[in-house]
Design a protein around this ligand. Structure first.
Ligand code: ATP
Length: 303
């Protein structure tokens, strides 16, 4: 029975995922697993190192042959550093993340992990190295424990709790009448966006990947939650090669490098300070967000 149960549970999961048509990376991961478009090359190598530098070299990409999305894109994320990507909606930010996870291959140029073309690596080893914290985390209809432990199936209870502590979700869980056995998901307790994100962070901490992709939620969080999450992110990104897709510029002030993307091209690049000094697009975005934050702060105080 248990042998049957796992795949059935999995199918149910896919079904629920599709039903929700959430454009998030985890869902795509599952779909790709079910019918992978990208297959391993014969003799593909295993990525073994835990210090991984990621490089995009003159990458062209389009989802359809007649509509190019990325144009000769080049950048590097040195091992252990954080690269943030900002830009208007549709600029191609999530597309970068999808290529890094190898849902697709570039149409020209290459993506290299430690100088090895990702097309020459096994997908299993590549994906085992990457942890994703998506915009909108989908929870399984199961216990909160299961939802965290999903990050690594052989984790001990102590390790799961440790990850939950590091993601600042442990106290919240202990405050629930059924603790870690609390059922979550559609049919269980509904968690807030911030709580779901912490579950995703705990899951990722448990997986302990050397490469991290963080897709920041677009929805506005109140400034206290935002600050708390910012701290968690800084902790989890420390010493990992991190690609951070950012909407709130306040979360990336400390990124080692920031790319400003527009229409699939890099239009500005530098640190937060350098980009402000340039007084270009980034500086303009920063100014607008500061104004909005001031307005929001007044609203929060007024409540
Ligand atoms: P946002 O900030 O709104 O999330 P983004 O910068 O992440 O935007 P992408 O999701 O990378 O933008 O999309 C870049 C372009 O690629 C968009 O014009 C989009 O319409 C197109 N696109 C994205 N996914 C697909 C797909 N699966 N098939 C075809 N076109 C796609």
């Amino acid at each position: 029975i248990t042998q049957l149960y796992a795949p059935l549970n999995f199918l149910g999961f896919i079904y629920r995922e599709m039903k929700h048509s959430l454009a998030d990376m985890e869902r795509m991961f599952v779909i790709m697993e079910a019918g992978a478009e990208v297959v391993d090359r014969p003799g593909a190598k295993t990525l073994a190192s835990r210090d991984v530098a990621v490089r995009f070299e003159d990458v062209d990409f389009g989802y359809e042959p007649d509509r190019q999305i990325l144009h000769r894109l080049s950048f590097e994320i040195p091992a252990g550093s954080t690269l943030a990507v900002v830009g208007a909606s549709g600029a191609g930010k999530s597309t970068l993340a999808r290529l890094m996870f190898r849902f697709y291959d570039p149409t020209a140029g290459r993506i290299a992990f430690n100088d090895m073309d990702t097309r020459d690596l096994t997908q299993d080893s590549l994906r085992a190295h990457i942890g994703i914290v998506p915009q909108d985390t989908v929870l399984f209809n199961d216990s909160i424990y299961y939802n965290i432990a999903y990050g690594r199936h052989d984790a001990t209870r102590e390790e799961v709790i440790e990850a939950a502590r590091s993601a600042h979700i442990h106290d919240f869980v202990m405050g629930l009448p059924q603790g870690y056995d609390t059922q979550v998901g559609e049919r269980g307790l509904k968690l807030s966006g911030g709580e779901k994100q912490r579950v995703a962070i705990a899951r990722t901490l448990l997986k302990n990947p050397p490469i991290l992709i963080f897709d920041e939620a677009t929805s506005a969080l109140d400034s206290r939650t935002e600050k708390a999450i910012q701290h968690e992110l800084a902790d989890i990104a420390a010493n990992r090669t991190t690609l951070m897709i950012a909407h709130r510029l306040s979360t990336i002030v400390d990124a080692d490098r920031i790319l400003v993307l527009d229409g699939g091209r890099v239009i500005e690049e530098g640190t937060h300070r350098e980009l402000l000094a340039r007084q270009g697009r980034y500086a303009e975005m920063w100014r607008l967000q500061q104004e909005r934050r001031d307005d929001a702060a007044v609203l929060e105080l007024g409540q």
